[in-house]
Structures are given as structure tokens and as C-alpha cells.
Design a protein around this ligand. Structure first.
Ligand code: PHE
Length: 447
């Protein structure tokens, strides 16, 4: 079967697609929720350190693996080894990465279904359809199932069509809008009573909490989740990246964009929590833990929009629509990797692969919805907190231990010819080879 491999037309195209994968529910839901759960400022500080010290170097590693072979993630990891054993190991790691990625999609679709609900609710409310509004806004089996299915179908549709110029063009226009809207909303919330308490909690770290084991592990997982690392999604995007691009610089742009959005989301949500509390919404339980942390953001944001009167309705629809698009550019990258792999490795048509994997993931998702209380948190934690850092570690090991050094140098020279004379080449390979695995294991054992 002939296969035409599309590539990103420009560096901007790649950065947008990769940033599209990175910016998503993780930034607006995951990061602020985790920060609120783990002492605010202390979490922010450790998170930033994790991004710089671990996630960014490993992002470069993952992109390098993809671009080196310009094939699907399983083939890319296989190509790093020279012996049969190492090639097989590569295949196993690749399959594990893709499996975890599909599991991430299964809970991601549930969360994104909520975004869809909260985008529609202000509209149905304005139309006076109170029953439908109630259904959209409240947690129920039927709402979760239907909205998840709609979101999955949307994702499958886009992936089936190919990550077309359309979605690239959309992201280009809409992502800056999301940025502006976040800043404006944070600006608004900071003028409301109660906000300063949240701002202080967010920006002033309580250093006694910084070294708490659970905080370290959560911050590490969140950094890997938010940058989409360790699960082959960006490895695949790396395989589409032109050889003329400078990898470390491109990766820095992606990491910078993603981290800025997460930071802004925290600047909005944490103060908004306290504003909501001042308005009578229960946020913290008597023991100081968060009231229903999974749905926190979906309580706090609508409460804020409600307090804004008429303009709040418009803002709510606009905000959740933008978030939905951000979620979609992430979910596309999650489905694209297994579909591309199945297609290239088995020759199964793209169409069939989309249906096959899409239905499988939807079934797992339905299972999680049926057993929400037991499964949701478990799947989130197992995939993002444990699997992502461990798989990223294995990718790094494959690249720096298994691949021969001269091939690694060649891979990095493409796009920056003089790299062997730079600090980057002197530090980064041994850093990924020794320091990153050690740090990741240390965080786990420390816990
Ligand atoms: N980084 C995405 C987010 O923050 C989630 C994601 C994880 C996307 C893993 C792809 C792979 O929402």
C-alpha cells in the first residue's frame, strides 16, 4: 500500500500542532486542580522546576526519536536498536506508549464531554430550556456517556480527514484568542472580593510543602501530562518535522507556550475558587481537602460566569468553545498516533484504523463512566502520574544508551549543523542518559 507521509509545511505549523497537542484540558483542568490540592504556590514552583529540569530535556528526546526515523512511533523506537533484542524492546516500549496514550484518551474524552456540556448549557438556558440545561450541567450517567461519545466522534472525524490545513488554520487563529480571553478573565476575577486570598495561595509558595513526596510526584506527572510526553503523541509529530528545524529551539517554544497557558489558568482558577467561596459555593471540605476535586473547575467557572450577568453568558459559551477546540487539538494527537501506527505497521486502512481504535477507546471510556468513582481517578493516576514519566524514561534510555552516539549527533545536527560545538551537545546527551532517569526514579522512591 502506498503511503504518502504528510509533513508540517513550516516551523510555525509544527509548533502550532505540537502546542495544540500540549495545550488542553491538562492546562485548564489538571494544573489548577493539582495546584489547589497541593498548596498552590509550592506546587507552581515545583511544577516549573519539573518542566525545566525533566520535561523539556525529555521532550527534545522524544521529538528526536520521531524525526530520526520519520516513521510511526513503534517503527521509530525499533529503528534505534541494532540487535534483534533491542529492536524488540523498542517495539514493546512503543506498543506500551500507544496503549497508555489510548487510555489517556479514554478519560480525556469524558472531561472534554463536560466542556461540551458547559458550552451548550448557557445557550439552552438563554432559550429557556431548563430541563435540558439541568441535564447538561449535572453529573449523570447519560450526560457523561452521550457527551463523551459526541466528543469521540468529533475527534475521529478530524483524524479520519487527516490533520488538515483546516485545523492548523483554526488553531492559529483561536489559540491566541484563548490566551487573550484567559488574561481578560483573570483580570476580571482579580477585582472580585475574595480573589486576593487565592492569588496569595497561588503565588506565594509555602516552602515547607515543596519537598512533600506526593507533591513532587504529582508535579512530575502533571508536567509530563501537560507537555504530552512519554506516550508517543509528540514522537509521531516529531516524525513529521522537517530536517531543517532546530530541535531544542522548537521544543523550547512548545514548552514555553504550554507552561504559559497553565500559569494563566492557575491565575484565573485559584482566585476564582475563593471568589466562588465568598459567594457561598463550597470549595474546601471541613478537613481542608478539596470538595470533589475532579469537577472543581466545572463548579468554579460557571459560578464566575453567573456572577457576570448577561455578558457572562456570552463569555461562558466563548470560553468553553475555545477550551473544546484546545481539547480537540490534543485528542487528535492522541488518536493520530495509534491510527498511524496501525496503518503503517499492518497496512490496515486509515478509515478502518480510526473506527477500530475509536470504538475501542469509547468502550473503555464507557466503562470508566459506569464505574466513575473507582475507575476515573485510578486511570488518570496510573497513566499520567506513573506511566508517562516511566515511559519517557525508557524513550530517553533508548535514545541515549541504545542508539550509537554518532547517530545521535547526526540526528541533532540536522537543523543545527554546529551543534557539536555547543553547550547543548556537551550537556544534554549525558544529562538525559544519567541525570533524568536518576531524578525520575528518585522522585518515585522518595515517595
Ligand atoms: N497535553 C495534553 C493536555 O494538557 C494532554 C495530552 C497528554 C495530549 C498526552 C497528548 C498526549 O491537555
Amino acid at each position: 500500500m502506498s503511503h504518502i507521509r504528510p509533513g508540517f509545511s513550516s516551523r510555525l505549523g509544527f509548533i502550532l500542532a505540537a502546542a495544540g497537542s500540549a495545550v488542553g484540558v491538562g492546562n485548564i483542568w489538571g494544573f489548577p486542580t493539582q495546584a489547589a490540592q497541593n498548596g498552590g504556590g509550592a506546587f507552581l514552583l515545583v511544577y516549573l522546576v519539573m518542566v525545566v529540569v525533566l520535561a523539556y530535556p525529555m521532550l527534545i528526546a522524544e521529538l528526536t526519536i520521531g524525526r530520526l526515523s520519520q516513521k510511526n512511533p513503534v517503527a521509530s523506537l525499533r529503528a534505534l536498536g541494532e540487535t534483534r533484542l533491542m529492536q524488540r524492546t523498542g517495539v514493546v516500549i512503543g506498543v506500551a506508549g500507544i496503549t497508555v496514550l489510548s487510555l489517556i484518551l479514554s478519560f480525556y474524552a469524558i472531561l472534554s464531554g463536560w466542556l461540551l456540556s458547559f458550552m451548550l448549557a448557557p445557550i439552552t438556558q438563554a432559550l429557556g430550556w431548563s430541563q435540558l440545561t439541568h441535564w447538561l450541567e449535572n453529573f449523570s450517567l447519560s450526560r457523561n456517556l452521550i457527551m463523551m461519545a459526541v466528543f469521540m466522534l468529533l475527534t475521529m472525524h478530524v483524524v479520519y480527514r487527516g490533520v488538515s490545513a483546516g485545523i492548523e488554520r483554526w488553531s492559529k487563529r483561536l489559540m491566541p484568542l484563548l490566551f487573550v480571553l484567559l488574561i481578560a478573565m483573570a483580570g476580571y476575577i482579580l477585582t472580585q472580593p475574595g480573589a486576593m486570598q487565592g492569588l496569595k495561595l497561588y503565588l506565594i509558595p509555602d516552602f515547607s510543602q515543596v519537598l512533600q513526596p506526593s507533591l513532587l510526584v504529582s508535579a512530575m506527572g502533571q508536567a509530563f501530562f501537560s507537555l504530552s510526553i512519554g506516550v508517543c503523541a509528540l514522537m509521531l509529530y516529531g516524525s513529521y518535522l522537517s530536517p531543517q528545524e532546530n530541535l531544542p529551539r522548537t521544543a523550547a517554544m512548545v514548552a514555553g507556550l504550554d507552561t504559559s497557558v497553565a500559569f494563566l489558568a492557575g491565575l484565573l482558577i485559584l482566585p476564582a475558587m475563593f471568589v466562588a467561596q465568598a459567594n457561598g459555593v463550597t470549595i474546601y471540605q471541613a478537613d481542608g481537602s478539596l470538595q470533589s476535586s475532579d469537577t472543581l473547575v466545572f463548579t468554579v467557572l460557571p459560578a464566575m460566569f453567573n456572577s457576570m450577568g448577561q455578558s457572562g453568558v456570552l463569555l461562558a459559551v466563548g470560553f468553553f468553545a475555545l477550551m473544546l477546540i484546545a481539547a480537540l487539538t490534543s485528542s487528535i494527537s492522541m488518536l493520530e498516533a495509534p491510527v498511524n501506527t496501525l496503518n503503517e505497521e499492518t497496512g490496515c486502512s486509515r478509515h478502518k484504523a480510526v473506527w477500530l481504535i475509536g470504538s475501542l477507546v469509547s468502550m473503555v471510556s464507557a466503562l470508566v463512566i459506569y464505574h466513575f468513582d473507582t475507575l476515573f481517578g485510578l486511570v488518570v493516576k496510573a497513566t499520567t502520574v506513573y506511566a508517562q514519566p516511566l515511559l519517557a524514561l525508557l524513550f530517553g534510555v533508548m535514545l541515549t544508551w541504545v542508539l550509537r552516539q554518532n547517530r545521535l549527533l547526526k540526528a541533532l545536527q540536522s537543523g543545527s549543523e554546529n551543534i557539536e560545538h555547543t553547550w547543548f551537545w556537551r550537556i544534554w546527551p549525558s544529562y538525559v542518559k544519567f541525570v533524568c532517569p536518576l531524578l525520575i526514579l528518585l522522585v518515585f522512591f522518595y515517595q
